[in-house]
Design a protein around this ligand. Structure first.
Ligand code: MN
Length: 147
């Protein structure tokens, strides 16, 4: 994990997004941020390995089993990003408005990201229950679904 890609995409003199740093502790939080960028999408982030592992989910996470949604893995974000909401200025990467859609805690069930399969429990206000993230063959796209 590292934040080089995150930092290289942003000018912290202009954007209000946190510059952040890699953390030693892990509070096992998650967030879903509603991001009104060029295309509306939802950013799903899991606190792990000192950063927020992140996916852009165009149609948001499902609230019920039986629905699989595309989740595109994006660059690691700093843990501080978990509290970010507000406007990203025009001309900046991801320009638009970010709202916190849901947040809470997560618990690992089985698997790991390197193996391309992670099962976990989400304990949020909207998203509650067991979920799976499974990597597709192309290596960047994942599916997320409720079990
Ligand atoms: Mn986004």
């Amino acid at each position: 994990m590292n934040l080089n890609k995150y930092k290289s995409k942003r000018n912290f003199d202009i954007t209000n997004e946190p510059e952040g740093s890699i953390k030693k502790d892990n509070l096992h939080r998650f967030v879903v941020q509603e991001h009104h960028a060029r295309n509306l999408h939802y950013d799903f982030r899991l606190e792990m390995e000192g950063v927020l592992k992140s996916w852009a989910v165009p149609k948001n996470l499902p609230e019920k089993p039986g629905i699989k949604r595309l989740a595109v893995m994006v660059e690691d974000h700093p843990v501080e990003y978990i509290d970010f909401s507000g406007d990203i200025p025009e001309g900046e990467y991801g320009a638009g408005t970010v709202y916190i859609y849901d947040k809470g805690y997560w618990h690992l069930r089985t698997g790991d990201l390197l193996k391309g399969s992670l099962k976990f429990y989400l304990d949020g206000k909207i998203f509650q229950g067991d979920y799976a993230l499974v990597k597709l063959k192309d290596g960047k796209n994942w599916l997320i679904y409720k079990i």
